[in-house]
Design a protein around this ligand. Structure first.
Ligand code: C2E
Ligand code: MG
Ligand code: MG
Ligand code: MG
Length: 278
């Protein structure tokens, strides 16, 4: 029993667990309410062509605008959404909103941009992502070629055997596929070769310490080399300094995103930024 003497540690441990469970349940019901109350917003982080410096697209990133707490980052609610399955509903909404926004920008005469959407492991594992995406593209009219889906290594590994098939079907729809946070999961070169991908995103953790840390310089350069050998475009995530950018440029990296250019911003701010950069 937790109350027994000599079990102090266990007692505190179990109380912590209870607290965590309560917080989780609260968060889940708050999140359900947030969906109904339309407190979720999509922000856009520019993706830049390293050589020309032009904004060629954006990654869609969720923000929760809580009336009292302010803006809550995805790290604080995506894991709960993922575990409870709420991410299915949220993820589908993100896809629909991004395709609507993209089509709206195209109709307004804004030069075509590639819009990237994160696909969670749950979305990839449950439901029929191929059919629901086909319906969304059809409903919004957004050309599939301008939509990129970002998948993590863990998402691909959870449906290892079917993953190639599902990716092929998504490719048949005409969308682009990217591997996100590359290097942080079970990176298997064998799979990388088999998956029909267009782009590889080098995780921020490998970018943080370049060009100071020689090991990381070599890892980043090696990943760029592997990507190009596999005929994949390569994008560096989390670029914050000019030194990092220069290193990546010198080593042939194709694209980047990061605070050096801009964090994720509202759709309006993104368009203002785009106009300012052309
Ligand atoms: P991610 O897909 O790897 O997105 C990149 C994250 O790095 C974003 O964090 C972005 O704001 C941050 N970032 C970009 N450049 C920099 C930089 O220069 N410095 C620093 N410190 N950070 C930078 P964010 O928006 O907090 O999102 C975190 C994660 O939440 C995302 O990682 C993604 O896994 C997940 N996420 C966000 N939106 C969605 C969504 O709509 N669906 C799903 N399934 N997951 C999402
Ligand atoms: Mg991403
Ligand atoms: Mg990433
Ligand atoms: Mg990440």
């Amino acid at each position: 029993r937790a109350k027994d003497e000599g079990r102090g540690n266990f007692k505190y441990f179990s109380e912590d667990l209870t607290e965590a469970a309560i917080r989780r349940i609260n968060l889940e019901s708050l999140l359900r309410r947030a969906i109904v109350k339309e407190e979720l917003r999509i922000y856009y982080q520019p993706q830049i062509d390293i050589n020309s410096g032009a904004i060629i697209g954006a990654e869609a990133l969720l923000r929760w605008h809580h009336p009292e707490e302010g803006v809550i980052p995805p790290s604080q609610f995506i894991p709960v959404a993922e575990e409870t399955g709420l991410i299915g509903e949220i993820g589908e909404w993100v896809l629909l909103e991004v395709c609507r926004q993209g089509q709206c920008w195209l109709e307004a005469g804004i030069p075509p941009l590639t819009l990237a959407v994160n696909l969670s492991p749950h979305q990839f594992r449950h439901g029929d992502i191929v059919a629901s995406l086909a319906a969304i593209l059809n409903e919004t009219g957004f050309p599939a070629e301008y939509l990129e889906l970002e998948l993590t290594e863990s998402a691909l590994m959870t449906r290892e055997s079917e993953a190639v098939q599902i990716l092929e079907q998504l490719r048949t729809l005409g969308v682009r596929l990217a591997i996100d946070d590359f290097g942080t999961g079970y990176s298997s070169l064998a799979y990388l070769k088999r998956f029909p991908l267009d782009r590889l995103k080098i995780d921020k953790s490998f970018i943080d310490d370049i060009p100071q840390l020689e090991d990381d310089n070599e890892i980043a350069a090696a990943i760029i080399g592997i990507a190009h050998t596999l005929r994949l475009q390569v994008l560096a995530e989390g670029v914050e300094t000019e030194d990092q950018l220069n290193f990546l440029k010198k080593h042939g990296c194709d694209f980047y995103q990061g605070f050096y250019k801009s964090p994720a911003v509202s759709a309006e701010t993104f368009i203002a930024l785009l106009k300012q950069c052309t």
